[in-house]
Design a protein around this ligand. Structure first.
Ligand code: IVH
Length: 667
């Protein structure tokens, strides 16, 4: 008879294997559904048998939403950087330097230079024990929990001929497809966009909540093995071994024995890199033999045995014939350069971002100028300079940022500390109105199915909706037949609008699109104020007393409700039947028994999951925090609370409550 322990072990092994097949080899053997079913089964068995916990179980890959601040860890070997070169001449110089210093045959291992964020992984007896960021090169942040969510990083190694202790370094990356999708979502939520996948990857790795990290689908390539007992003298050969242990090693890695072969590699990847799913910014050349690497040694900052050859950022030159201005949902005005079409990195560019008035000023931009356009890691091409020599006497006037809104004519304003100009006419400027409606119906807000930006635009042009409340006056009869809209689509839209009436109060607050009120703030507001009237009438003092609401958010909320048009809008919304107060049913099990308390959860529990305890803390008015400090009210401790935490708690005199104590406290 298979014991529970065997069953868990079998499932873990199978899931590690399927994970490797899918994320490292890209050759899945089972369907996603089968994978998910096995994962659920394992999760269930682990929940029921907390004594069989394993920190490297495949279930650890989903992350946890317990906030965690990162401990600083010293690197065993410092994480140095590489010296950069930009020309073939400098590559030749490097090659010659190495040849003279070694005075014997040598090979160069050529690798892609991945443009992400570097990571150091420590493996002990085939298990991942620590993942640390580069930090200042000497010390970095312990981001182990976040790294465990990256499916292409093995938690347990395959086979058995790996060293018992070694370090693996590599690059954590956000694939272009994930980056584009993430930015699309952020744009819809009016959150600041990530400039490039590198920033997105490093930002994600530093998130406090590993469940969000898991949802961001990071990837990783590993390129540097360190340890006292590596299998071979060749760096390339070691990487091939590491591939067998389950690491994702780039298939673009090559060994070259002549300078010509190195140049062929550079030229090939200078073009071919555009077809890779992740961002790259050059090629790394490494002397292959580790013995020879040791002979060459290091300078203070970088190894003498390696060099980075950076690809030229692609640049084109073209004529600027106009600057136009776009107004977003919040009224922010973005200047856009209109260009004579030019070919750049495989696409034709006609428009480029000019970001803000300061950038236009610093470029001393004139209409008719010949400008340089670059597409670096960024999504939108940008103007990086002006060819001053090409400026003629006949040049048109200097570009001056507009003073009035191009859509509604209102005078633009600039908030202190912000680079953008805004159109303040929130309630009557067309793109702001349409933007607000689009935000209102979006998935995370009222989630009105069947309605998209084009339909909103049509209803708006026809004068059928001028604000979000008007949506609730639409009927299937009034919209069917408009611009080829059939009975079915019309009914779907009305059904979606109808269903939005049961969307909870907190999401309605978010849907209003008040500046700086995102989903989390909306939740806090709903809990603190219970009804829209209470929120509407709250003063600054009351607002800032709510957890996580600072003066900036509070001022914005007050400004929103002081606007006469918004007050009228709220009156109109009250007639629609949407949820403008907290549902009592949702609140019946809420108390304020833990009001004002900061609570750390630690260890393994028998009666509820960590998730459930977190929820219980919040329902009773407390706050779940990640790390112990003098401000911590108490620790809710299960079995196996970490010794470091225990010591810290004792040092700071923070009380420790058992599961039973805690349940009695809130019962
Ligand atoms: S080797 C001592 N190989 O580039 C040499 N680095 O400027 C250690 N990088 O911090 C680095 N791809 O984040 C190496 N194939 C590759 C790389 C690579 C990207 C990054 C890495 C490092 C930086 C060096």
């Amino acid at each position: 008879m298979a014991t529970i322990k065997d069953k868990i072990e079998d499932l873990r092994n199978a899931l590690h294997r399927h994970n490797y097949n899918y994320y490292v080899l890209s050759q899945p053997e089972i369907s996603d559904i089968e994978f998910d079913e096995m994962m659920h089964e394992l999760q269930r068995l682990e929940d029921e048998n907390p004594d069989l916990r394993d920190d490297n179980s495949p279930t650890m890959r989903v992350g946890s939403d317990i906030n965690k601040s990162f401990a600083q860890v010293s690197h065993k070997y410092p994480m140095l950087s590489l010296s950069n070169t930009y020309s073939e001449g400098e590559v030749t110089d490097f090659y010659e330097r190495v040849r003279k210093a070694l005075n014997e045959e040598f090979e160069i291992c050529c690798e892609i230079k991945f443009d992400g964020t570097s990571i150091s992984l420590t493996y002990e007896n085939g298990e991942l024990v620590k993942a640390v960021t580069r930090g200042d090169g000497e010390k970095g942040d312990d981001v182990t929990d976040n790294v465990k969510t990256i499916r292409s990083i093995p938690l347990k190694l395959r086979g058995n001929n790996y060293p018992s202790f070694f370090e693996m370094r590599g690059e954590i990356l956000m694939p272009w497809s994930v980056f584009d999708e993430l930015n699309r979502e952020r744009e819809a939520r009016e959150e600041p966009l990530f400039a490039n996948p590198r920033n997105a990857a490093s930002g994600t790795l530093k998130l406090q909540n590993s469940a969000i990290v898991a949802s961001r689908k990071l990837d990783a390539y590993l390129y540097y093995l360190l340890g006292e007992t590596l299998p071979c003298d060749g760096h390339y050969e070691n990487l091939q071994e590491a591939a067998k242990w389950g690491f994702k090693i780039s298939e673009a890695t090559r060994k070259c024995s002549t300078l010509q072969e190195v140049f062929d590699y550079l030229n090939y990847w200078n073009v071919e890199r555009k077809n890779l799913p992740v961002a790259t910014d050059g090629v790394v050349l490494k002397v292959n033999s580790i013995r020879q690497q040791r002979n060459l040694g290091f300078t203070a900052k970088s190894p003498r045995w390696a060099i980075a050859y950076k690809f030229q950022a692609e640049r084109a030159i073209t004529r600027l014939y106009a600057v136009s201005y776009q107004v977003g949902r919040t009224g922010a005005v973005t200047p856009v350069a209109n260009l004579d079409p030019v070919q750049l990195s495989g696409t034709i560019v006609k428009r480029a971002s000019l970001h803000n008035a300061d950038i236009i000023e610093s470029l001393d931009l004139h209409i008719g100028d010949m400008v340089y356009v670059e597409k670096g890691g960024e999504i939108i091409p940008k103007i990086t300079g002006v060819d001053m020599e090409a400026r003629s006497f006949l040049i048109n006037e200097k570009v001056k940022f507009i003073t009035n809104c191009p859509e509604c004519g209102s005078k633009l304003i600039r908030y202190e500390g912000e680079a953008a100009y805004y159109c303040p006419n929130e309630t009557a400027c067309p793109p702001q109105i349409k933007g607000k409606i689009e935000h209102f119906i979006s998935r995370r807000a009222m989630n009105i199915d069947g309605l998209g930006p084009e339909t909103v635009d049509m209803f708006y042009r026809l004068g059928m909706i001028t604000n979000i409340a008007d949506l609730y006056n639409l009927t299937a009869d009034s919209i069917k037949g408009l611009d080829r809209m059939g009975q079915k689509s019309a009914e779907n839209i009305i059904k979606g609008i109808e269903l939005s009436k049961s969307v909870p109060f907190e999401r309605v607050i978010f849907a209003l699109g008040i500046r700086f009120v995102g989903e989390t703030v909306a939740k806090r507001l709903a809990k603190a104020f219970k009804t829209i009237e209470d929120l509407e009438n709250a003063d600054l003092q009351t607002l800032v007393s709510v957890d996580e609401i600072g003066e900036k958010i509070a001022t914005s909320i007050i400004a929103y409700f002081s606007n006469e048009r918004n007050r009228t809008l709220i009156e109109q919304l009250k007639l629609t039947g949407i949820q403008l107060q907290q549902d009592e049913k949702d609140m019946s099990d809420h108390t304020d028994k833990l009001a004002g308390k900061s609570i750390v959860i630690s260890g393994v529990f028998a009666q509820h999951s960590r998730e459930e305890y977190k929820e219980l803390i919040e329902k009773n008015g407390g706050k779940n925090v990640g790390s112990i400090s003098a401000k911590t009210s108490f620790i809710l401790a299960g079995d196996n609370m970490g010794p470091a935490k225990l010591e810290k708690a004792q040092k700071l005199g923070v009380p420790i409550l058992s599961e039973e104590d805690f349940l009695t406290l809130i019962s």
